[in-house]
Write a protein that binds this ligand. Sequence first.
Ligand code: FBP
Ligand code: AFP
Length: 320
Amino acid sequence: MQTLSQSLKQSGINDELAKLITVLANTSKDISQAVRHGALAGVLGVAGTENVQGEDQKKLDVITNDMLKDALAAQGSVKALASEEEDEIVPLSKDGQFLVCFDPLDGSSNIDINSLVGTIFSVLPAPSGDVSEQSFLQSGRKQVAAGYVLYGPSTMLALTTGKGVQLYTLDPVSGDYLLTVDGVQISKDTGEFAINMSNQRFWEPGMQAYIADLIKGKEGPRGKNFNMRWIAAMVGDVHRVLCRGGLFTYPTDTKDPKKPFKLRLMYEANPMAFLVEQAGGKASTGYETILDVAPSEIHQRVAVILGSANEVDACLGYHK
Ligand code: FBP
Ligand code: AFP
């Protein structure tokens, strides 16, 4: 099996980008260790601080954010970073070629229950001149790399540099990421969906009608039974979609009128949409392709509907 460094070399991407991906991957190995030590290392529980979106920061959110920040600062090719756990962008190397956006530990509510969590990252080209928040406001189409690391029964890295999607598994013996699936393809059709059903009464009428028809199963207009899965960590749900198809959505809702969307564009929706499109799936807000959304701020949120192409189309049909 190829190691990550062998497969990056073979992919023909530029050396600087390959080095940056290697740094992200190596840091994720340290994060994997911190996550695995859990309560033994005293890293569970809240840090006593809030992030910019007013959410309690868990100790591991803060620790993993610092790990990535330190690694990227030492790397030299990153002009600035934006993180879910940082209010403002963090300028790094003046002449860096890249901007990196990340959610250091997605699925925070799973940390204390020893369930799935992950790291999500997106790499954008850095415009010339002084860096500011404006430099980051590029559509997801501009991403030069994106991926996630899933800290599950095994640690897995899903990566795209615009040449398909590769899945690597961390070998606990050698400490290398080994290429276990090359050219991931999401099945066009599916009988599985993922949504937080407890928000049903807050969804738009189109989403209510779509999910109601899925639940009617064989006897309903779709003429087949659907199964539901919800991990409460986007990395886990998107990983399942990459492995066996499915539709994942965190739709628009009116639960909190000031916050109609839950997931963040720059470091959750965009990288996942890039992976999903590269694997033959689709990703939409319900009204617009996610990768074409013009960002207005780094912590912006969007509605997300992604996965098996025909099922995303079926869902979008209810939004017209
Ligand atoms: P965090 O970044 O705060 O973890 O929120 C994102 C997320 O955990 C997604 O990964 C997941 O799909 C969703 O929130 C779960 O939301 P809910 O609490 O409604 O189940
Ligand atoms: P298995 O023993 O075949 O894994 O089934 C048990 C179980 O996975 C259980 O752990 C879950 O709570 C339940 O099945 C999930 O069932 P659904 O497939 O109906 O969600």
